[in-house]
Design a protein around this ligand. Structure first.
Ligand code: PLP
Length: 389
């Protein structure tokens, strides 16, 4: 799919142009931020050129196609029938999670997250003076699952919300119908709102299938804020356009009160054009991309198993992110992050940023060309061997 690396330097690209600031050196291969080194589908690029041809870029509205393509994408991929009224546009999933916290909970309320998990989940709770409750995933035999006993123990009368990451970043789990049903039932019994971050919903590998928790029943839908977007799927995160689906009118109005007062629900003409083209015509591209990503995952997993056996990789069911268990290297977290940057010359995400249980782990983005991955893995192998590990 990509044979040659596209040069992303000097394009104001976070992943490449911020490496010196983040890692203290330019001399690394960046395999961190969750976007891919793959050009966006031609159908999107064509739609953008078409829109840009018109010379006026004033305020915009979301047209009928915007809603129609979202509705039919979600029905087609997840067999979930949603209505236009349930959709609110947001400049991103992280803003949406923060808005849900601000609008649906009060200071001092408890909010549960399930680490190791995407770092902004922590801030979405603590930055608004809510109380952070962690229900760490259980890690057994190389697989992560929800620890329901711990979850039940952690819930109190002050628990008002859980922020679910499904599919899960960084561990790559796609939660099953049984897991989601158990989780949903616990939330109903305890009046807990579910904010379900499903940004990775489209990047799922067979035989796994993504199930939006709200699609399982009317009762679940009534307590759920579902956050979806074409941003990861089609590699267009820079357009900051995502769709937030809330069936319950009361909580939807709370959410919209903030998006409307901040004037951020209008979206942007470019993001809307990209979203419509992606959902309307992007399916064949996505099919090819999923194959490409899965081959990259298999390549990295096989290579590491064979050549760097002291690092174990959690087999991902979703995402283009690999969660590397590096605990056998026997390093402190500081030594581990220094080792990756200074000795392997690789820029990965520090596992500790995903919570305390992420210590000893690193996250690697494999959404890049094979040649880059080969070079990166060789550097890692040589660095581990040099240390005699
Ligand atoms: C689980 C998860 N949620 C949200 C985001 C970011 O979403 P946005 O850029 O729409 O705020 C990411 C990006 O990596 C992610 O992995």
């Amino acid at each position: 799919m990509i044979r040659r690396m596209i040069n992303r330097y000097n394009t104001d690209c976070l992943k490449f142009d911020a490496v010196e600031e983040v890692f203290g050196t330019k001399d690394i291969i960046p395999l961190w931020v969750a976007d891919m080194d793959i050009s966006a589908p031609n159908v999107i690029r064509r739609a953008l050129r078409q829109r840009v041809k018109h010379p006026i870029y004033g305020y915009s509205i979301h047209n009928e196609c915007f809603f129609k393509t979202i509705i039919s994408w979600i029905k087609d991929r997840f067999e979930w029938e949603i209505e236009k009224e349930w959709i609110t546009c947001s400049p991103g999933i992280v803003p949406a999670i923060n808005i849900a916290v601000m609008s649906m909970t009060e200071k001092g309320d408890e909010i549960i997250i399930q680490p190791p998990v995407y770092p902004p989940f922590f801030n979405a709770v603590t930055d608004h003076d809510r109380s952070l409750i962690t229900n760490p995933l259980k890690y057994e035999n190389g697989r992560y699952t929800i620890d329901f006993d711990d979850l039940k123990k952690k819930i109190s009368a002050k628990t008002k919300m859980i922020i679910l990451c499904n599919p899960h970043n960084p561990v790559g789990r796609v939660f099953s119908k049984d897991e989601l049903t158990e989780l949903g039932n616990i939330c109903i019994e305890n009046n807990i709102i579910i904010v379900s971050d499903e940004i990775h919903a489209d990047i799922v590998y067979e035989p796994h299938i993504h199930i939006p928790i709200a699609s399982l029943s009317k009762e679940f839908s009534d307590i759920t804020v579902t956050c979806m977007a074409p941003s990861k799927t089609f590699n267009i995160a820079g357009f900051a356009t995502s769709e937030i689906i809330i069936e319950n009118e009361e909580i939807r109005n709370k959410f919209r009160y903030i998006t409307q007062t901040l004037h951020i629900c209008g979206g942007n003409i470019i993001g809307d054009a990209a979203l419509i083209a992606a959902y309307d015509k992007g399916k064949p591209w996505l099919k090819r991309t999923l194959k490409f990503l899965k081959e990259n995952i298999d390549f990295v997993m096989d290579y590491v198993k064979e050549n760097i056996p002291s690092i174990k990789i959690i087999d991902p069911e979703s995402t283009f992110l690999l969660w590397l268990d590096c605990r056998e290297l026997g390093m402190s977290q500081k030594e581990l992050t220094d080792f990756f940057v200074k000795e392997a010359h690789l820029g990965l995400n520090d596992g500790a940023m995903f919570g305390e249980c992420g210590e000893g782990f690193m996250r690697m983005n494999i959404g890049t060309c094979r040649r880059t991955l080969k070079k990166a893995l060789k550097q890692l192998k040589d660095a581990v061997e040099k240390k005699g590990l």
